[in-house]
Every structure is written in structure tokens, then in C-alpha cells.
Design a protein around this ligand. Structure first.
Ligand code: PMP
Length: 432
């Protein structure tokens, strides 16, 4: 199909994330992807600074991942998971149990990150019910979080600045504490302690994104906070759910963000980079104890079972993607990406309108003091040959781990251009 025809049909019929008709930003047609590059409808090649939203950590058309999908396709693309099992699911589960913190031994395969959070919430509530504590069914979280777009995840997304404010009154009412500070602060730990004491009788679990709050604002916090949270959850008999859908598989410099803190959650959600961004798969892991308590409860098991659970193609490519992390070479790459982003974004030091520049692992963020003109910012990055997806007051990147240092430098330069162009085209909030 001609790219212009694709764009025409798309504009007429296809919803995009948080999109409407007519679309506020016109999507670019992408015709193919290979390595770290996307080829656009007009034939230009751009470096993907987003890893397709944290997912494509090994880049596109990777020979090992392509081969894994082809091999699996030759025997079985999909089969129901009720009453049946298969090697790709078993092998992937074993690998995930090996890689994740030790007490996590039971794996539920979901088909998207949001569903894996739904499952985590159901696990926590079913666990408490099975123990005869039906009142423990709420969740505590901190502001500034993002956990997905279905109903349970939306209920724990940031209630104000977040994307789900219009659902207030419809969503389950959860307990919120203020967003965590950047630096470790014992006062904040005390605040968490007080909130947990006050609500322990009605809380099934605490749910947080450890170390990096992603789509809710790209904020970082000290890993020691996760260690304190683990201690407080134990003290108040509340489960700890860590959502590592964005941070999992090396992005923050450790394989999992909880590894910075040296603790394990009771329930861990994984997605995005699990399949190297090839296919839609997520996983919710929990402990033997929780699994056995749930299984001994009224339902006799976990009340969830999606049609495409443990899709064999997705499991096979996930196992292949994890094998690419086995030799640990990603660590040096993530470090290099962080260093180059830090150096490149330094060009913005002292620029009016720039609130903060921060990097962690292979993540770079420019926070502006106002919402940017997304079209101007995106176009400025594209003019530098880089695909970015600025959001509100944030220009950020999480490049594929296979980027060369030169490619990371180009991403950083494009972020700087995007920030400048976005600021120039934007009327400041104060002026409106
Ligand atoms: N949790 C976090 C931390 C996420 O970043 C996301 C996706 N941005 C989700 C959950 C939801 O995942 P999905 O989009 O695959 O449903």
C-alpha cells in the first residue's frame, strides 16, 4: 500500500493511544525496522530513541529473535492454555524463576502489562480473602505512578496529574501518599509508615514502580526507599507488588530495579522488554506461599485465564530475548548509554525553561517547566534523524541497548533540539 493511502485510512478509521478523530498528532507511517532504525513512509531512516516504549531492547529484526519466532512457528503458533501446556511456556517460566529474586517461583503469563497488573491485584486480594481477611482489599500507592489503562491499574495511577483523572468516581478508591522524593528521606519513610498503620486493616497490598516512576512523570527515587517499603509492608502485614513492566530487564542498570535495593516483592509484574519487544506478553510472578494460600481458598485457584495466555510464539521469543542478556554484555552498554546521555544533555545546563535533566541506567529525561508543543518537539528530533515521543513537559529517551556511542550522541542531541523547539513553540503556562 502506498504510504499516503495508509495514512488516509488510518486517519479515517484507526484509534491510536489516547487518540481521537481527527488525530491531534498525525502518526508517521513506518514501513520497516532493523537494528536501531525505523524506515518511514518517505524512505527516511531514523534512530529509535524510545525502544518502542521500553520494549525493543535488542533493536529490531534481531537474527536470534527472528530465528526463535520462525522456529516456533514451524511447530505451533498458538494453542489454548487451559488443560494444555508446552515447552516454550515451561522453559520461559524456569528462566524467569532463575533470573528474578529467589522467593518468586510461580509465574502467570498475561498478554499485556495492564493485565499483569490486574492479575497482581487479584492475587493480592484473593490471598487476603483466602486467609479470611475480606476487608483487606484496597491498595496503597504513591502519587506520580503509572500502572496501565485497565480498571485496576487506572485506580493506582496518579489521580491528579495522571492520565486518568476523568475516571474519578468510577474507579476503586485506593489510598495515595505523596510522590517519593528524589533523595532518600527518613521523613518520607515515616509518612509511609503512618499511612500503612492507619490503613493496614483494609489494605491488600502496596503497589509501586521501584526506582523509576515511568509514564507518570519519569521520576527517580533512591532504592533504599524500596528496602524500607519492604520492611514496612512486612511490619504491617501488607503485600508488596512491584511493577517492573518498564524497569525490568536491565533498563536501570540492574537486571531488575528491585535488585538495586536487594529485596524481593511478594508479587512482580513484568512486560514490555520481556519479549525484546517482539510480541505481546507479560508475566506476574509470586511466591510459593501466596500461590498455595490462594489455591486453598474458596475459588480453588487464581480467577483469571486469558485466551492468549502463554502464547507459544511470545514465550519462545521471550526466552531468546533473555538468552541475549545471559552474557551480561548489556551492563556495559547500559552504562555507556547513561554516560553519553548525561554528557549530551549537559548542553542544556542553565537553559531557561529546563527544570531538570536526569539520567539513570539507559534512561535520559529532560523535564521542562511547561508542557511542550509535541509536534514541534517531535519534528525537531526527526530533523536530526531520531524518533522521540515527547509527552507533556517531558522529553525522554530509553534507547535500545545495541546503540553505538555515536547513535546515543545523536539521540541526546535530538533531545536537546526537541526541548529547544518544544519550548520555543509553546506559550508558557504563566502567560495563558
Ligand atoms: N506498568 C508500567 C510501569 C508501564 O510503564 C506500563 C506501560 N507503559 C504498564 C504498566 C502497562 O503496560 P501495557 O501498556 O503493556 O498494558
Amino acid at each position: 500500500m502506498d504510504p499516503a493511502e495508509i495514512a488516509r485510512i488510518d486517519a479515517e478509521h484507526v484509534w491510536h493511544p489516547y487518540g481521537g478523530f481527527p488525530a491531534s498528532t498525525v502518526p508517521r507511517v513506518v514501513t520497516s525496522c532493523a537494528g536501531v532504525r525505523l524506515t518511514l513512509g518517505d524512505g527516511t531512516e531514523v534512530i529509535d530513541g524510545m525502544s518502542s516504549w521500553w520494549a525493543a531492547v535488542h533493536g529490531y529484526a534481531h537474527p536470534v529473535l527472528d530465528a526463535a519466532v520462525r522456529r516456533q512457528l514451524s511447530s505451533m503458533a498458538h494453542v489454548m492454555f487451559g488443560g494444555l501446556t508446552h515447552e516454550p511456556a515451561a522453559a520461559l517460566a524456569a528462566k524467569l524463576v532463575e533470573l528474578t529474586p529467589q522467593p518468586l517461583t510461580k509465574v502467570f503469563f498475561a498478554d499485556s502489562g495492564s493485565v499483569s497488573v490486574e492479575v497482581a491485584v487479584k492475587m493480592a486480594i484473593q490471598y487476603q480473602r483466602s486467609l479470611g481477611r475480606p476487608d483487606k482489599r484496597r491498595l496503597l500507592t504513591w502519587r506520580g505512578g503509572y500502572h496501565g489503562d485497565t480498571f485496576a491499574p487506572m485506580s493506582v495511577c496518579d489521580p491528579d496529574g495522571g492520565m486518568h483523572a476523568m475516571w474519578r468516581g468510577v474507579l476503586a478508591e485506593q489510598v495515595f501518599v505523596e510522590a517519593p522524593p528524589r533523595d532518600f528521606d527518613p521523613e518520607y519513610v515515616a509518612l509511609l509508615d503512618r499511612a500503612l498503620s492507619r490503613h493496614a486493616d483494609e489494605l491488600a497490598a502496596v503497589i509501586v514502580e521501584p526506582v523509576v516512576q515511568g509514564a507518570g512523570g519519569m521520576r527517580f527515587h533512591d532504592p533504599r526507599l524500596i528496602r524500607e517499603l519492604r520492611r514496612l509492608c512486612d511490619a504491617h502485614d501488607v503485600l508488596l507488588i512491584c511493577d517492573e513492566i518498564a524497569t525490568g530487564f536491565g533498563r536501570t542498570g540492574e537486571l531488575f530495579a528491585v535488585d538495586h535495593a536487594g529485596v524481593s516483592p511478594d508479587i512482580l509484574c513484568l512486560g514490555k522488554a520481556l519479549t525484546g519487544g517482539y510480541l505481546t506478553l507479560a508475566a506476574t510472578l509470586t511466591t510459593d506461599t501466596i500461590a498455595h494460600v490462594i489455591s486453598a481458598g474458596e475459588a480453588g485457584g487464581l480467577a483469571h485465564g486469558p485466551t492468549f495466555m502463554a502464547n507459544p510464539l511470545a514465550c519462545a521469543v521471550a526466552a531468546a530475548s533473555l538468552s541475549l542478556l545471559d552474557d551480561g554484555a548489556w551492563r556495559a552498554q547500559v552504562e555507556m548509554i547513561g554516560e553519553r546521555l548525561t554528557a549530551g544533555l549537559g548542553a542544556l545546563d542553565g537553559t531557561p525553561g529546563v527544570a531538570e535533566v536526569r539520567t539513570l541506567g539507559a534512561i535520559g529525561v529532560i523535564e521542562l517547566d511547561r508542557d511542550v508543543d509535541m509536534v514541534a518537539a517531535t519534528d525537531a528530533a526527526l530533523a536530526q534523524g531520531v524518533w522521540l515521543r515527547p509527552f507533556r513537559n517531558l522529553i525522554y529517551a530509553m534507547p535500545p541497548y545495541i546503540c553505538t556511542s555515536g547513535e546515543v550522541d545523536r539521540i541526546a542531541a535530538a533531545m536537546v533540539s526537541a526541548a529547544r523547539a518544544g519550548l520555543a513553540a509553546t506559550v508558557s503556562r504563566e502567560a495563558v
